[in-house]
Ligand binder design. Structure first.
Ligand SMILES: Nc1ncnc2c1ncn2[C@@H]1O[C@H](COP(=O)(O)OP(=O)(O)O)[C@@H](O)[C@H]1O
Ligand SMILES: [Mg+2]
Length: 337
C-alpha cells in the first residue's frame, strides 16, 4: 500500500552573521546552509498494517510524513501510496488519506465542530447516508457529543485531538497518517483514540502509520515498527523481535537484611560479567542489578544472590521497551560518531 524509497529532504536555511551588520549582509547576500531533515528513508507497508514510525526528536519523522502526504516534495527518492504519487496525483490522493498532526490542528479555529464536519463532508463528497452513519460511529468511539456545538478554539487539548482524529477518519480513508496523535493527552483520552484507531483498522482494513513517543501506543496498536535516526533507517521489525534482540536485559532488585553488609564490588566479585553485561547500583540496603540474561540465566543469578547475601526481599523484572529503545538510540549515536 505504501512504498517509500530512499526519501531525502533538504531544507535551505539562511544563516546570518550576528548583529545588525550581519542582518544587512544576509539581506543582500544571503548565506545558505543545507539542513538534511531526511537523508535516506525507505520502507513498505502492506494494506491493513499498522506501522509504528518511531525515532528520537529531530530524526525526520514529521518530514517523512509530510512527503508521504504530499505536503512536501522530496529532494530525491520517491513514494507511492495505493499506486499514486502524493505530489502529482494530489487531487485524487487527498480523498484516500487522513492526516493528523498532533502538534497542530487541521480544523477551522472559529467554526463549531458540527459545521467543520459538514464542510469536510462536502469537500470529500461523502453522501448523506454515509455521513450520518459515520458520525454516529465516530461519536460512539470518540465521545464528541458534548462539544459538537463548540467552536474549535474553545476545546481542551483532549477534545481537540478527538475532534481531529474524527475529522481524519470521516471520509473512510484507505490510509491514516497519525503524527503524535496522543501527545500530552490523559489516559482516558488516549484510550478513546486508541480504540478508534483499532476499530477502524479492524473493520475497514485501514492502513495506519503512527508516530508516537508512547510505547504503549506501539504495544497496543502496531504490528511492526520502523525506527529512524538522523534521517536514516536504523531498525525495522516487530516489537517482539526488538525485545528479543535487545531485551535480554533483566533487572534484579533486592534488599539486604538489616545488619548485613555488602558493597557493589563485593557483589560483583564472584561474577565474571563486565560493565557492559551487568551494572550494579546500591542505595542504602537496596540493590538494583541489570544483567544480560543470555550471559547469566535468571535462575543462576537468583542462586548466586541468595548464597552471597542475606536477602530480605527480592524481585526480577524484564527491562521495559522504553529502556531498550533508549539503548538503541544510544547505540545509533555511537555508530554515527
Ligand atoms: N521547514 C524546515 N526548515 C528547516 N529545517 C527543518 C524544517 N523542518 C524540519 N527541519 C529540521 O529537520 C530535522 C527533522 O525534523 P522533523 O522531521 O520535524 O523531526 P521529528 O518529527 O522526527 O522530530 C530537524 O533537525 C528539524 O529542525
Ligand atoms: Mg515530529
Amino acid at each position: 500500500m505504501i512504498y517509500a524509497e530512499h526519501l531525502r529532504k533538504e531544507f535551505k536555511k539562511v544563516v546570518k552573521d550576528p548583529g545588525l551588520k550581519g542582518s544587512f549582509k544576509s539581506l543582500f547576500k544571503p548565506k545558505k546552509e543545507i539542513v538534511v531533515a531526511a537523508d535516506d528513508v525507505s520502507f513498505h507497508v502492506p494494506k491493513g498494517e499498522m506501522l509504528g514510525f518511531i525515532g528520537p526528536n529531530g530524526a525526520g519523522k514529521s518530514t517523512v510524513i509530510k512527503m508521504l502526504t504530499g505536503i512536501l516534495t522530496p529532494t530525491s527518492g520517491q513514494c507511492r501510496i495505493n499506486g499514486k504519487n502524493p505530489q502529482t496525483d494530489r487531487k485524487k490522493y487527498v480523498r484516500e488519506i487522513g492526516v493528523v498532526f498532533g502538534q497542530r490542528t487541521q480544523l477551522w479555529w472559529d467554526l463549531p465542530l458540527r459545521e467543520t464536519y459538514s464542510v469536510l463532508k462536502e469537500i470529500y463528497e461523502v453522501d448523506d447516508d454515509r455521513f450520518k452513519k459515520r458520525m454516529a460511529f465516530l461519536n460512539e468511539v470518540l465521545d464528541l457529543e458534548d462539544f459538537m456545538s463548540s467552536p474549535v478554539r474553545t476545546l481542551s487539548l483532549g477534545q481537540r485531538m478527538r475532534a481531529d482524529i474524527a475529522a481524519s477518519m470521516l471520509h473512510s480513508p484507505k490510509v491514516l497518517f497519525l503524527d503524535e496523535p496522543t501527545i500530552g493527552l490523559d489516559v482516558v483520552v488516549k484510550d478513546n483514540i486508541r480504540k478508534a484507531i483499532m476499530k477502524i483498522n479492524k473493520e475497514e482494513q485501514t492502513t495506519v502509520i503512527l508516530t508516537t513517543h508512547d510505547i504503549s501506543d506501539i504495544e497496543l496498536l502496531c504490528d511492526r515498527i520502523v525506527m529512524i535516526d538522523k534521517g536514516k533507517n536504523v531498525y525495522e521489525g516487530s516489537l517482539r523481535q526488538l525485545k528479543e534482540k535487545y531485551g535480554n536485559i533483566r533487572e534484579l532488585n533486592f534488599e539486604t537484611a538489616p545488619g548485613f553488609s555488602l558493597t557493589e564490588d563485593e557483589f560483583r566479585s564472584g561474577l565474571e560479567l563486565g560493565e557492559d553485561k551487568m551494572t550494579v547500583e546500591k542505595d542504602k540496603n537496596i540493590f538494583k542489578v541489570r544483567f544480560d540474561s543470555t550471559e547469566m540465566p535468571v535462575g543462576e543469578m537468583l542462586n548466586y544472590t541468595l548464597s552471597h547475601a542475606k536477602v530480605k526481599d527480592i524481585s526480577f523484572k524484564e527491562a521495559d521497551v522504553e529502556e531498550i529503545i533508549r539503548r538503541l538510540y544510544k547505540q545509533g549515536e555511537c555508530e554515527n560518531e
